[in-house]
Design a protein around this ligand. Sequence first.
Ligand code: FAD
Length: 471
Amino acid sequence: KKIIVWFRKDLRIHDHAALFEAAQQGCIIPVFIWPSEQEFEYADSIAAKWSLHQSLISLRQNLAAKGIPLIIRKGNIQKELLQLIKETSADAVFYNRCYEPFMVQSLFEIEIQLSKSKIEVQSFHGNLLYQQFNILNKNHEPYKVFTSYWKRTMQEHVSTPYAIPKMTSTLATLPASLEIHELQLLSTNSLESRLDQHWEIGEQEAISHWTEFLEYGLNKYERYKDFPSAQATSLLSPYLVWGNISVKSIWHSIQSHEIQGPSTETFLRQLVWRDFAYDQLIHFPTMPIKPLREAYNTFPWEGSSSDFNKWKLGQTGYPLVDAGMRELLATGYMHNRVRMVVASFLVKHLLVPWTEGSKWFTQKLIDFDVANNAMGWQWTTGCGIDSAPFFRIFNPVAQGKRFDPNGDYVRQWIPELKNLPQKFIHKPWEASQEILALAHLELGKDYPFPIVEHNFARKRALQAYNLIKKA
Ligand code: FAD
C-alpha cells in the first residue's frame, strides 16, 4: 500500500502518529503543501515564515537520512493533493489533525473528494495533549473556566509518544517537488538576519533545547517565570508552532523526570493553556477576529493611528511597554508577562481595538499561533473565555517595578535609558533635569514623554467599558 503522509504543523519525525501508522502499513510518501489561503494569511508574517522555512529544511534532512524524499508543493490544497495521488497512484492519505479554521474547512471538502475517489483517509491525534472533542463539561459543552478544564484534563491520559518508525519508499519515479526556497517563505527583510542570530529552528535543535531546559531550567520556572530578564521560561513556543517538537513527548519527559516540584505543575499548566486555546478555537472558529463576549462588538474604540504606530515602534514613553515592543521587533519574541502588559496598554490605555494588536503580533511573532494569539488578546482585553476583567488595567510603571525591579530588561532593549538610576527606570519623566543630564538623557528627544497619562487613560477606559456594561 502506498500512503501519502501529509505534513502540516507537525514538521518532525518523532512522535508523529500519521507517519508511524503509515510506516507500519506500507510505503510512505511524505508531502508538504503550502496552501494558497495560508500564503495569503501569512503575507506579512516574516518571522513565522522564516521559521517554517527552517523547519522544512530540518524535516527534509531527517527524512532524507532515512532514505525518504519530502515532496513539496504549493497552491490549492485539494488540487495538489488529488494531483499527487494521481502521480504516485497512492492508496491512502494519513495526516495529523490541525484545527486552524481554514484547514478544517478545506479538509471537509478534501475528504468528500477522496472518498469519491475511493482513497482511504486516516486522521490522527497529533499536535495537542488531549483529544479536544472528548473534553466537555457535564452538559456536554466546552469548558469556560480554565481551572475546571485543567482539573478535567488531569483525569485524561496523554497518549504515549510514537517512536521514529522504520520507513520504506518504493516510488520508482518521484513526483515533481519544489525546492524549499521556491515556496518564497523568505523575504529580504532585515528581521531575518536578526532571527538567524537569535534562533536555531529544527527538530534536533528543539529536542536539545528542551532537554537542556528540563535538566537546568525547569526547577527555576515557578520562581522566575514572570521576570523577563531572568530568561527563566522554556522558549519552546517557536518550536511548538510548526511542530518541531511534540507536546506529548514534552509531557511524558516531564512525568518521567526524577525532579518533581511546584515548577513541574506550573509548567504543565502552561502546556494545558495551549490545549485550552485550541479547545476554544475548535468550538469558536471566529475567535481570531470576533470577541467571544458579544457585548464587545459595540465597544467604543477610539484609538488614533499615530498612537498605534508609536506602540508598534516602542515609542510610548512607558519603558516596560517599549522594551517589550522593541524585543519583538528585534527577535520575533516577547516574554509572556510583557505581552500581557503591552496588549493591555494598547487596548485600555490607547483604546485601539485588540484585533489590530493581534494583527501586529501575527506579523511579527516567530511563535505566532492562531489559537494562542487570539486567546492572549481576548484574555487581556476581557472579551474572551475566563479572561481578565476589563477593569483590571495594568499600570505599566507598577508592572515594571514588580517584574523588572532592577530595570535590567528595560536597559537591555532601551539603551538610551541605560544610565538612569533604578528609581526612575520605569518612570523617567519623574527624574529631575540634573539626574537626566547625568544619565545623558533628554526627554522628548532621546526618549519620548508618555503618550498618555496613566490615571487619565484608566478613567477613560473605564468610562468606555461602562457603556458596553450598561448595554
Ligand atoms: P513557557 O512559559 O515556557 O511555556 C511553555 C509553553 O506553554 C509555551 O511555549 C506555550 O506553548 C504554552 N504557553 C505558555 N503560556 C501560555 C499562554 N498564556 N497561553 C497559551 N499557551 C501558553 N503564545 C504562542 O505560542 N503564540 C502566540 O501567538 C501567542 N500570542 C500571545 C499574545 C498575547 C497578547 C499574550 C498575552 C500571550 C500570547 N501567547 C502566545 C502566550 C505566551 O505569551 C507564549 O506562549 C509564551 O510567552 C511563550 O514563551 P515560552 O515558550 O518561553 O513559554
